[in-house]
Design a protein around this ligand. Structure first.
Ligand code: BTN
Length: 257
């Protein structure tokens, strides 16, 4: 890993040929403070986890990683963290593949509307402070899109799969991972310095969500309206004719002009 230019993130790396979930492994390891910054990587996962309890199909060829962090930022920033991480991955893909993925709220990366990557964040709190945080990142690097689509058919909020291999470019997975970890470390520092405006504006520039008519599934039911902006805390602001909704968690099930 001599090309890794980070100070902390990824200085320890643990590789598995096959594991149930790097996220579960990282959560166990996070209990030891010495593992701060460690990255868990697997060639394949047998029980990959997605957001909202969904499964994450993780065959060989993808990049499946979890990163252990002990954030110094305030708990109010935690909800912005996944959005910031999606931005970091997008910047890394721009630098290595020279393409610009779209960012879909809250933390998906898409290409032509199909899912390229997703983020999962698990936080453990101790008396209202963040004790540790595990960021899980799944990137469809060189996967069989058709096969994954087949095994996900009928699952909720499934909207098509993209793979970076469709770009026909000679980028090695390690290059992308190293670039991502560096971008992540930079963004992590910005968050700790409360530079949330810059992050939100860069995210918004790349977003496929803001300015569109959206339909979301939330804990309070379906919400339909225009996606206006992302708030300081990462929440999506949606307005319909008579009301403004602040959505902290949810899934966009429909997106249109
Ligand atoms: C989502 O979009 O639903 C989030 C997907 C997160 C998948 C990654 S792959 C590495 C890590 N280990 C897991 O079990 N999940 C995350």
């Amino acid at each position: 890993t001599s090309n890794l230019k980070t100070k902390k993130i990824g200085q320890q790396a643990y590789y598995f040929d096959s594991i149930d979930s790097t996220q579960n492994q990282a959560l166990k390891m996070a209990e030891d403070p010495a593992n701060e910054g460690a990255v868990i990587i697997a060639a394949r996962q047998t029980g990959g986890r997605g957001r909202s309890g969904r499964k994450w199909v993780s065959p060989k060829g993808g990049i499946w990683i979890s990163i252990i962090l002990q954030p110094e930022f305030d708990i109010s920033i935690t909800t912005l963290f996944p959005i910031a991480s999606a931005l970091a991955l997008s910047l890394a893909i721009e630098k290595t593949f020279l393409i610009k993925p779209e960012l879909k709220w809250p933390n998906d990366l898409t290409i032509k509307g199909k899912k390229l990557a997703g983020m999962l964040v698990d936080v453990s709190l101790e008396s209202n402070k963040i004790e540790n945080l595990v960021l899980g990142v799944g990137i469809n690097f060189d996967v069989n899109v058709k096969q994954i689509e087949k095994s996900l058919k009928g699952t909720p909020n499934f909207y098509g799969v993209a793979s970076l291999s469709e770009q026909n470019q000679k980028v090695k997975p390690i290059q992308l991972v190293q670039t991502f970890l560096l971008e992540l470390e930079k963004i992590y520092k910005s968050l700790s310095a409360k530079q949330t405006k810059k992050i939100i504006s860069e995210w918004t520039q790349r977003s496929s969500t803001i300015g569109k008519n959206v339909e979301l599934n939330t804990v309070d039911g379906k919400i339909k309206g225009k996606a206006v902006k992302v708030d300081e805390d990462g929440a999506l602001i949606v307005s319909d004719n008579n009301k403004t909704h602040k959505i902290i968690a949810g899934d966009i099930v429909h997106l249109s002009k």
